[in-house]
Design a protein around this ligand. Structure first.
Ligand code: CUA
Length: 345
């Protein structure tokens, strides 16, 4: 009995694999590596396209030769084939060694040029400096030029070179915003850096790409590339002290924040800071302008009062292994605290 080579199981497997591969092309999954939001990304993309054209050309040549050989030299029924008597051909061997070698050189030269071009050892004085500190499982972004300390959402200025210098507060992580190109491991005990000029306005998704424990997949980030005016406004806003609420739920929440253990790990400028007596080796995100962020908990949830309440009630259910403890706050207290944090615009 003849067996269909493409049975139902293999067809299903093939379709699933195709579906998974195609998912990378959907705008619903904004981790697109083919976007070109910076000079760095465009250089990498250029090599990618170039290598693909070479691959395509080789594929066409191989297929054409293969089909020619199949149809041209196949023996027909009743016609005995004449076996080849060629055992070696020095010209052929030189040819099929030289051609791949030349192709490799053609790929190596632009690759090495790109590596050099994307690893500058100096950058202009007016480049934006961003210090990235990776924590299990969130990203701290400090702007030493502006005295800003924020988390999970990094704001950049379009057309202005940014120099990220990266450190880890615990174990190895890896920083990556695919659309802006460039991926860099963040290794304890050393400073790694990456430099590029983003030039496409918008919001870009990022993700830690080095397995770093239970909530590695929950260690996400957002990059916001803004016009100069918008970026300047953001800086000004971040530098200002948040408005201290005078009355109502937010004012009660401020008191809860200061009295609960929140203030041991989290800073709100002018109100609390990392307690000097505290000797734990982790800190929580600076919450000075928490209400102005679009996401929370490692950029896995939209920043809404409902999500914030869920997060405070049971951080471990949202981000397994999170250092944020369950405080047992409920009802009015929880609502007041949420109102306060959301008021920190
Ligand atoms: Cu941090 Cu994976």
């Amino acid at each position: 009995m003849k067996r269909a080579w493409l049975n139902r199981a293999s067809l299903t497997g093939l379709l699933l694999a195709l579906g998974a591969a195609m998912a990378g092309c959907s705008p619903r999954y904004p981790m697109d590596t083919l976007s070109n939001g910076s000079d760095f990304a465009r250089r990498i993309h250029g090599i990618y396209v170039f290598v693909n054209w070479i691959d395509f050309f080789i594929m066409v040549v191989v297929l054409v030769v293969m089909f020619l050989a199949m149809f041209w030299y196949s023996t027909r029924e009743g016609e005995p084939g004449e076996p080849s008597t060629v055992t070696s051909d020095i010209r052929l061997e030189v040819l099929w060694t030289a051609i791949p070698a030349l192709i490799l050189v053609a790929i190596t030269v632009p690759t090495i040029r790109t590596i050099w071009a994307t690893q500058p050892d100096h950058w202009p004085k007016d480049a934006l400096e961003v210090k990235v500190i990776a924590h299990q499982w969130w990203w701290e972004f400090r702007y030493p030029q502006y005295g800003i300390d924020t988390a999970d959402e990094v704001h950049l200025q379009a057309g202005r070179m940014v120099h990220f210098s990266m450190q880890s507060a615990d174990i190895i992580h890896s920083f990556w915003i695919p659309a802006l190109g460039g991926k860099r491991d963040v290794v304890p005990g050393q400073i790694n850096s990456i430099t590029y000029t983003p030039d496409q306005l918008g919001e870009f998704y990022g993700q830690c790409v080095e397995f770093c424990g239970d909530s590695h997949a929950n260690m996400r980030l957002r990059g916001f590339v803004q016009s100069k005016d918008d970026f300047d406004a953001w800086v000004k806003h971040q530098q200002a002290a948040p408005v201290t609420p005078e009355s109502g739920a937010a004012a009660r929440g401020a008191k809860i924040f200061a009295d609960a253990p929140c203030a041991i790990c989290h800073t709100v400028k002018g109100i609390s800071g990392l307690s000097p007596q505290y000797t734990g080796n982790f800190k929580g995100p600076d919450l000075t302008h928490f209400g102005s962020r679009t996401t929370l908990a490692g950029s896995i949830l939209d920043n809404t009062p409902e999500n914030l309440a869920k997060w405070i009630q049971n951080p471990d259910a949202i981000k397994p292994g999170a250092n944020m403890p369950t405080l047992g706050l409920q009802g009015q207290d929880l609502n007041d605290l949420v109102a306060y944090l959301e008021s920190l615009k």
